[in-house]
Design a protein around this ligand. Sequence first.
Ligand SMILES: [Zn+2]
Length: 66
Amino acid sequence: MACDLRAVLLVTRQMEGTATNVAKQRIELRCSLPVEHTGPHRDDVHAQEWVVVQGRPSLVLRDESE
Ligand SMILES: [Zn+2]
């Protein structure tokens, strides 16, 4: 059985010449590690790891600025 924990990954890109980050893509993550795994959750499909901060929604930001 998989952990199956879900999170939302926001891929952001910094606008050139500004300090503004814009969301480029929104991806649903699902943890593919076994139940009761240790360490961060991981979605193998999207090659993204994340940790859950207690009491906060699982929102993961990935900056893809060039
Ligand atoms: Zn997990």
